[in-house]
Write a protein that binds this ligand. Structure first.
Ligand SMILES: [Zn+2]
Ligand SMILES: [Zn+2]
Length: 190
């Protein structure tokens, strides 16, 4: 169970809600993984703006200091990663990739075969499992990449957004399929 990054990352968040901060060593002990693995999980959570690293440990919330001036960029399109729509792909190798929005996350997932994808619910900002999320594709809300793809934890929320902003509500697989086909069309036009 503990070998799945999203499961570990959810546990870390849950534990931190009860005891804040926690040391990396303590997390490694509780998760029964190496501290290297904990560092990788924590790095993913830091990039999602969920936690901050403190000396030897980690605490909930974003850093208030400008200690990390290096801005991460999207692995697919190289644009800056807006905190609100950031996506993290956990690869089988243990590597993590970041994307600027679900559009790029879905495209990357097609070629990288991640073990899990962490996305943010567009309304609540909570981390959701991308594979089980609902997506609104091509609505009127302008994000960084076109066609825009917005992630929701539930079909109901996606459908409610669709009523106001148009677009198509899709599952992970449907949204990915749509993007890949759309992408091919664009490539063929050149
Ligand atoms: Zn991107
Ligand atoms: Zn984007």
């Amino acid at each position: 169970m503990n070998s799945i990054p999203i499961v570990r990352q959810e546990k870390i968040i849950r534990w931190l809600a009860e005891e804040n901060p926690l040391s990396i060593d303590e997390l490694a002990r509780r998760l029964n993984v190496s501290s290297m693995t904990v560092h990788r999980d924590v790095d993913a959570l830091v990039r999602l703006g969920q936690v901050t690293k403190v000396h030897g440990g980690v605490k909930l919330g974003q850093s208030t200091t400008q200690s990390t001036p290096q801005m991460p960029t999207c692995r697919l399109c190289n644009s800056a990663i807006p905190e609100r729509t950031s996506v993290i792909l956990n690869l089988p190798s243990g590597e993590t990739l970041e994307a600027c929005c679900p559009h790029c996350g879905l495209m990357l997932a097609e070629s990288k075969h991640p073990t899990s994808i962490l996305m943010k619910d567009f309304i609540y900002g909570r981390i959701v499992n991308g594979l089980q999320a609902a997506f609104l594709v091509g609505c009127e809300i302008k994000l960084c990449c076109l066609p825009n793809v917005i992630c929701f934890a539930s079909m109901e929320d996606a459908t409610r957004f669709q009523m106001g902003f148009g677009g198509c509500v899709m599952s992970f697989g449907e949204a990915q399929h749509t993007l890949i086909n759309d992408h091919l069309k664009v490539v063929h036009e050149h």
